[in-house]
Write a protein that binds this ligand. Structure first.
Ligand code: SF4
Length: 275
C-alpha cells in the first residue's frame, strides 16, 4: 500500500466521517446534514486507533469531515491527539468558532492541523442563498480569529459550475480570502457533486466510482472508496462505494481497497480530482 501512495495511485489521506449532523442545512449538502439527522458518530477511540494503524501502514495524513465536526464537543482535543500521529485537515463550516469553542481551538495553533473552511461567494447574499442566513458574516468573522491564533486555515469554494464562473467574481473572492489572511495556495475550488441533497435538487456533476480518486474513508457504517462515497439520499446512506462494513483493524478495508484498485481497468480513471 505504501508503494501505491508513493507512486500516486492511492491518496495518502485517511478520511474520518466524525458525525453527520450539522447546524446548517446547505442546498447542495452531500450528506443531507442538518440539526436533527441521524448522527452516525464514529467513536473517538476508533479514530485514534485507526490513525495509529494508518501511520504504520504508510498513510501520510488524516482528513476529518461530516456533518459539522465541531458539533462533537471533544473535537479540538481529538484533533490535537490525531495531529501527534499524522498531520490533519478538518472540514468545517466555521460558524461555531466563538466563545468557549474558539478558546478550545487555541492549542491547535501549535499543531499540524488545518481547518478547511467553506466560503463560496464574495457576495454575502449569494453565499447565504445556498448555505443559510448569516453564514457569510460568521465565516468572515471567524477566519481572522483562527489566523490570529496561528491555526492553519484553507478555504474551500464549492460552485455548481466552476468553469463557468465569472473571472471578476472569482477575483473578488480571492481578494476577500487574502484580506482574511488566507493565501492563494490555500484556496481550493470544487464542483457541487450530484449526490445527497444536490442530487435531489438536480445540481452538480455526476461523480461515479471510476471518476473518483481512491481515498479510504471510515464512517460509523463502514469503509468507503472516497469521501464522496458515504453520502445520504432521502435519509438513507448510499452504499455504492462501500468497501467493507468493518473498519477495524484498518488493514481489512485497506486490503479491500487495494483489491479494487488492482482490478480497475486501464482507461477507467478519468478522475475528477475533487479535493
Ligand atoms: S454542506 Fe457542510 S455545512 Fe452545509 S449542511 Fe452539509 S455538512 Fe453542514
Amino acid at each position: 500500500m505504501a508503494e501505491a501512495i508513493e507512486n500516486g495511485e492511492l491518496s495518502g489521506r485517511l478520511w474520518f466521517y466524525s458525525n453527520y449532523h450539522c447546524n446548517l442545512r446547505c442546498t447542495y449538502c452531500l450528506t443531507e446534514s442538518a440539526p436533527g439527522v441521524a448522527r452516525r458518530e464514529l467513536g473517538l477511540d476508533e479514530m485514534l486507533a485507526a490513525a495509529h494503524e494508518a501511520r504504520s501502514l504508510g498513510f501520510t495524513d488524516i482528513g476529518v469531515t461530516g456533518g459539522e465536526p465541531f458539533l462533537v464537543p471533544e473535537m479540538p482535543m481529538l484533533l490535537a491527539s490525531l495531529a501527534e500521529i499524522l498531520p490533519v485537515v478538518v472540514l468545517s463550516n466555521a460558524t461555531l468558532f466563538y466563545g468557549s469553542r474558539l478558546k478550545a481551538l487555541e492549542p491547535l495553533g501549535a499543531a499540524p492541523v488545518h481547518i478547511q473552511v467553506s466560503l463560496d461567494r464574495a457576495d454575502p447574499d449569494e453565499n447565504d442563498e445556498m448555505r443559510g442566513p448569516e453564514n457569510f458574516r460568521r465565516v468572515v468573522e471567524a477566519i481572522p480569529e483562527l489566523v490570529e491564533r496561528g491555526i492553519g486555515v484553507r478555504i474551500s469554494t464549492t460552485l455548481e459550475d466552476p468553469d463557468a464562473v465569472d473571472p471578476d467574481e472569482m477575483e473578488r473572492l480571492c481578494k476577500l480570502h487574502r484580506s482574511l489572511g488566507v493565501p492563494d495556495e490555500d484556496h481550493v475550488v470544487r464542483p457541487v457533486v450530484r449526490r445527497g441533497r444536490a442530487a435531489t435538487a438536480g445540481m452538480g456533476v455526476a461523480a461515479t466510482f471510476d471518476q473518483l480518486d481512491p481515498e479510504l474513508t471510515l464512517t460509523a457504517d463502514g469503509a468507503f472508496w472516497s469521501p464522496v462515497g458515504p453520502t445520504v439520499r432521502d435519509g438513507r446512506l448510499d452504499t455504492d462505494m462501500l468497501l467493507t462494513h468493518t473498519t477495524a483493524p484498518l488493514a481489512a478495508p485497506v486490503a479491500a481497497l487495494m483489491q479494487v484498485l488492482s482490478e480497475r481497468r486501464d482507461g477507467e480513471d478519468a478522475r475528477l480530482g475533487i479535493k
